[in-house]
Unconditional design. Structure first.
Ligand code: NAP
Ligand code: MG
Length: 490
């Protein structure tokens, strides 16, 4: 036996190279057993409570309040008092100071908040650490910079704050949506009553400790928790001057009906069914990464997700083949494992909705592909899924699934791509992949979508306005545009 053979005998080469688990420390965040409602800078003991869980294990995390109409009323009063007794009249530079403080504290405590966001929401720690937290801090930094420059943002228009803003946010990016809502509202001089989603209240409640550390005056930000009933109470409260809502189109429409004729200001950021369009001259490997990021990022719980893939017919086969191969390498599992690509589905209810639409896709005749994948026994999980042979009329091509499910369609010419991309009641976002700059510009002109990415997908920046057309809602968040819904002008 040669020397080399003897060595191989002792240390056999493994047949596969698996990742060892790399869990983030869960004890980075100290949870309380029970949370109150944060009203007027104090914790109020709620009359009713419910349990919030970890969707990856179904284990309870804490008891939180289900705000009653009387408690919502207290929160609105606290917001009004804070607005009138100082917040709307302190120097704008002072307001900047608080926002800068909040931004810095969020950066300092980012690791703790990232763990909490993954625990309560099911998203991979890699995403909460690298996307949600840096962007949430960036939004506070960005709007801190505008707070004392409103006169320059809107020259000759004499901007004034509106009063108390009621803000209702969803469960897919709990802390980031809080930042998108609170930062521009405070920068413009308003006070806030915010309700996080029923399933993900914890980062918003934990954020109250950041407000305490920043010494924000009491009542400027009030956090009330609970299900849709609490949201509906905020919407109809006569003391609220403006509603900012992110969530489903159905609830958005109900809010719009409720507010008709009241004079309350409204912005709606609703669903989407975005087309991610791949032309035959695109860099295919990069495009495949963009497709994966477009739909499997955050389990597809993304309003601007690239959920309809439009591939030019001539490259259909290689794209689908590369995509399937890439799918097999996605790691689904423990949200707190740093190797995880796809975490848990946010709730039983959302899992049922995804399963129902996937079953409808199979029934209508689409071809399903799911890579081999072992899912944890407890918790809510869905295997990353691709449908081919999809017709435009299928429910999976029309309805928002809000899960890790991609529908693939084809096109031959740019005009056909535009027509198919725009064949949706939504209009939030789109992606274009091509080497030709002129084609990017031509497509961007014709696509009816608020945000269009070129040779990338799901990129966000606080300076860039975000929002939709048609049933995706109205109003913009981010950038100078994001201040306008919180101001009135003389
Ligand atoms: P949703 O019901 O519209 O939830 C959004 C927020 O509104 C939550 O805080 C929710 O509370 C609250 N809410 C519910 N009913 C209300 C009412 N009548 N008045 C005022 N506020 C109300 O959405 P969802 O049930 O979480 O998700 C359903 C679907 O919406 C998803 O499958 C997805 O298609 C879409 N969605 C879109 C986005 C987006 O970013 N555009 C985000 C999330 C969901 P609860 O948490 O208690 O329901
Ligand atoms: Mg709901």
């Amino acid at each position: 036996m040669t020397e080399l053979e003897r060595k191989q005998d002792r240390a056999p080469v493994p047949s596969s190279w698996d990742y060892a688990p790399a869990p983030e420390a869960r004890d980075l965040v100290q949870l309380r057993d029970r949370y109150g409602l944060f009203i007027g800078g104090k914790w109020i003991e709620p009359k009713e409570t419910y349990e919030t869980i970890d969707p990856s294990t179904e284990e309870p995390l804490a008891q939180v309040g289900q705000a009653t109409p009387e408690e919502i009323d207290l929160a609105v009063q606290a917001g009004r008092e804070a607005f009138e007794n100082g917040w709307s009249t302190i120097s704008p530079a002072e307001r900047s100071k608080y926002l800068f403080r909040i931004a810095r504290i969020l950066q300092e405590r980012a690791r703790e908040f990232a763990v909490l966001e993954s625990l309560n929401g099911g998203k991979p720690i890699r995403e909460s650490r690298d996307v949600d937290l840096p962007l949430a801090a960036a939004h506070f930094f960005y709007y801190a910079g505008w707070a004392d420059k409103l006169e320059y943002a809107f020259p000759n228009r004499k901007p004034r704050p509106l009063g108390v803003a009621g803000q209702i946010i969803p469960w897919n990016f709990p802390l980031l949506m809080l930042a998108w809502k609170i930062a521009p509202a405070l920068a413009a001089g308003n006070t806030v009553v915010l309700k996080p989603a029923e399933t993900t209240p914890l980062s918003a409640l934990h954020f109250c400790d950041v407000l305490r550390q920043a010494e924000l005056p009491p009542g400027v930000v009030n956090i009330v928790t609970g299900d849709g009933r609490a949201g509906a109470e905020i919407v109809k409260h006569p003391g609220v001057d403006k509603i900012a809502f992110t969530g489903s189109t159905d609830v958005g429409k109900a809010i719009q009906r409720e507010l008709a004729g009241t004079g309350k200001r409204l912005t709606l950021e609703l669903g989407g069914k975005a087309a991610n369009i791949i032309f035959d001259d695109a860099a295919l490997d990069q495009a495949v990464e963009g497709i994966v990021n477009g739909i499997y990022f955050n389990q597809g719980h993304v309003c601007c997700a690239g959920s309809r893939l439009l591939v030019q017919e001539s490259i259909y086969e290689p794209v689908v083949e590369k995509l399937k191969r890439r799918l097999a390498t996605l790691r689904v599992g423990d949200p707190l494992d740093k190797n995880t690509d796809v975490g848990a589905i946010n709730s039983r209810q959302q899992l049922d909705k995804i399963a129902e639409l996937v079953a409808a896709g199979e029934e209508e005749g689409a071809e399903i592909y799911q890579p081999p994948c072992r899912l944890p026994e407890k918790g809510y999980w869905f295997v990353p899924t691709v449908f081919t042979n999809v017709a435009q009329s299928y429910r999976i091509a029309q309805e928002e699934i809000f899960g890790p499910v991609l529908s693939v369609l084809t096109f031959r010419t740019p005009d056909e791509a535009v027509e198919k991309a725009n064949n949706t009641p939504y209009g939030l976002s789109a992606g274009v992949w091509t080497e030709k700059g002129s084609r990017i510009l031509a497509m961007a002109q014709k696509l009816r979508a608020g945000v269009i990415w070129a040779n990338t997908y799901n990129r966000f920046d606080p300076a860039s306005p975000f929002g939709g057309y048609k049933e995706s809602g109205f109003g913009r968040e981010g950038g100078r545009h994001g201040l306008e819904p919180y101001l009135e002008f003389e």
